[in-house]
Design a binder for this molecule. Structure first.
Ligand code: NAD
Length: 294
């Protein structure tokens, strides 16, 4: 039956984004490889394939782990392209390799489908509050058409340039984020080991030059903030394995264009080591716990 939106990838981000579309009056069809995940969106119609979720809708959005999966969900036998109509708008909000994103632009263009790369920043808190920033790459006219949908899940849309430009902006942001989270965790752990009260130290940092999102919105130290993964044993949020994936993409891109990223490389290896120690599915702010040696 006809719906407004097909939403594919109902994980930590997708469940909150799809729920906001429903709260704002959209009818939404959902698909996830895990049926239990798909069922977390109250009021959505659960589909049995990406094809079914993309059929008879005005707007399709994917929020999946990586580019290979997005490509598969787009092009497989029961994939999006098998169901999507010519007037339906298609957006990929996953964080993926910009080269893969450009490939997806070509595939969509050849199929006559209007497509944009539109990764987001803001984390699960931004997804829940519908304050995400969308970084768009591709045709600006399509950008205008998708705005009414994106603005029900986010607070800002930035047009970054042509195909893949949204993904490039996102990788640069996450390179910075991956480094800054470790910086905050190091400083907080040093203070704690030297006997400072961590709440006092967080207040100092958040009114001083060390302040950043990792300190004032997503502090990695338990007991400082509510509604962050640190308050819930680092569950939910942004998995260590996903920031490691983003830093791997940033490394590849950096090598290809000759930009040195010494701290990005170090951060990448730290998150990979955390994953090897069993923290891959935990939120990346668990780097604090890792530095504590627990
Ligand atoms: P997640 O792992 O929680 O969710 C991904 C979902 O995709 C899972 O429910 C999984 O079952 C589903 N999936 C995997 N393969 C599939 C397939 N073949 N078909 C259908 N569904 C499939 O990840 P997330 O945290 O929601 O992140 C999604 C994307 O958004 C990633 O690219 C991530 O890098 C990016 N991102 C995450 C955050 C964050 O804070 N969590 C913030 C910005 C961007």
């Amino acid at each position: 039956s006809k719906s407004d939106v097909g939403f594919i990838g109902i994980g930590n981000m997708g469940t909150r984004m799809a729920s906001n579309l429903i709260k704002k009056g959209r009818s939404v069809k959902v698909f996830d490889a895990s049926k239990a995940a798909a069922q977390t969106v109250t009021g959505a119609q659960v589909c049995s394939s990406p094809k079914e979720a993309a059929t008879d809708v005005d707007f399709v959005i994917t929020m999946l782990p990586d580019g290979d999966i997005v490509k598969k969900v787009l092009t497989s036998d029961d994939g999006i392209l098998k169901g999507i109509g010519k007037n339906t708008l298609l957006v990929d909000s996953s964080t993926i390799n910009p080269i893969t994103a450009q490939e997806l632009h070509k595939i969509a263009e050849n199929a006559g489908i209007q497509f944009l790369d539109a990764p987001v920043s803001g984390g699960v808190t931004g997804a829940a509050a519908a304050t995400l920033t969308f970084m768009i790459g591709g045709n600006q006219d399509i950008g205008k058409k998708v705005e009414p949908y994106l603005m029900q899940m986010g607070g800002r849309i930035m047009h970054c340039g042509g195909p893949g430009a949204g993904q490039i902006a996102k990788l640069c942001n996450n390179l910075i984020l991956g480094i800054s989270m470790i910086g905050i965790a190091e400083g907080m752990n040093l203070g704690a080991k030297m006997g400072l009260d961590v709440k006092t130290l967080a207040k100092v940092v958040n009114t001083s030059t060390g302040r950043c999102w990792s300190s004032d919105t997503y502090n990695p130290v338990p007991g400082i903030m509510e509604n962050v993964p640190a308050a819930d044993n680092y569950n939910g949020g942004f998995q260590t394995q996903l920031i490691a994936k983003d830093l791997a993409l940033a490394s590849n891109v950096a090598v290809s264009c000759g930009a040195p990223i010494p701290l990005g490389s170090a951060a990448h290896q730290i998150y990979r080591t955390m994953a090897a120690y069993g923290l891959g599915n935990k939120d990346f702010s668990s780097v604090y716990k890792f530095l504590q040696g627990q």
